[in-house]
Ligand binder design. Structure first.
Ligand SMILES: CC(C)(COP(=O)(O)OP(=O)(O)OC[C@H]1O[C@@H](n2cnc3c(N)ncnc32)[C@H](O)[C@@H]1OP(=O)(O)O)[C@@H](O)C(=O)NCCC(=O)NCCS
Length: 199
């Protein structure tokens, strides 16, 4: 699968042009600022308390996962989106990629979430990931619609599985996108054109 070469500019549906590039360690203050400005509703189910600079620092150096790729979108020098795909270092789930995408309110529903997700899924496939997971609260209709439009399938709803920042419990929808068919096709292609093939 062809990876998009970054940095690259993308025009969104409202005509705004954003620069998408790899996240680098020097982005830490700008990433912190991006997270800090997120409305509470968009922060409810994040893995980290992103209002705490130490947590954001830990997120930047993420040593608990094998980060396949983390990207940011920039507009006028500000970070307006953050997205990553991670996998476990070791164990039975190294073929699973976990996708996480957050878009600044002002730029939501302009196609950026889809652009970043597709880009990261392609990188995941190239890194050997066979299945991509994404999770969202079942109340987050926009996220569920966005995932379904990208052909993710809802695999499970975990009842009262996540707590929001006020301690209220919510159902969690687990979505997956199985990319193993892409590997099957590639293997078939290699077998078809392999000089070792017997006729
Ligand atoms: C969920 C999220 C990542 C989607 O990214 P996005 O850039 O806003 O979404 P896109 O513009 O690519 O939209 C794709 C589809 O999602 C749906 N969608 C997106 N935003 C929507 C909204 N505000 N209302 C209704 N549907 C919406 C639509 O079906 C849309 O397709 P359409 O443009 O043809 O109508 C983004 O809204 C976000 O960051 N939300 C807060 C954090 C979050 O929920 N993260 C995701 C957890 S998986």
């Amino acid at each position: 699968m062809e990876s998009v070469k970054l940095p690259a500019k993308f025009a969104l549906k409202n005509g705004v042009e954003v620069l998408v590039r790899d996240m680098v360690r020097a982005d830490e203050p700008a990433v912190f600022e991006f997270f800090r400005l997120l409305p509470l509703e968009d922060r409810h189910f994040l893995r980290n308390d992103v209002t705490d600079p130490i947590r954001v620092h830990n997120f930047m150096i993420d040593d608990t996962h094998d980060r396949v790729r983390a990207v940011v979108a920039e507009l006028d020098g500000r970070i307006v989106a953050s997205a990553e795909i991670d996998r476990n270092h070791f164990g039975s789930m190294t073929h699973i990629g976990q996708l996480r995408v957050i878009i600044a309110r002002e730029l939501q529903h302009q196609g950026l979430g889809t652009i970043l997700s597709r880009l990261l899924i392609a990188d995941g496939v190239n890194a050997g990931i066979e299945k991509v997971l994404a999770e969202t609260s079942t109340e987050n209709k926009a996220a569920m619609l966005a995932l379904e439009k990208m052909r993710f399938r809802k695999e499970a709803t975990l009842k009262l599985h996540v707590k929001d920042l006020a301690g209220r419990k919510h159902d969690l929808a687990v979505y997956s996108y199985d990319v193993s068919h892409i590997w099957d096709k590639m293997e078939a292609l290699v077998a078809d054109y392999s000089p070792m093939r017997e006729y």
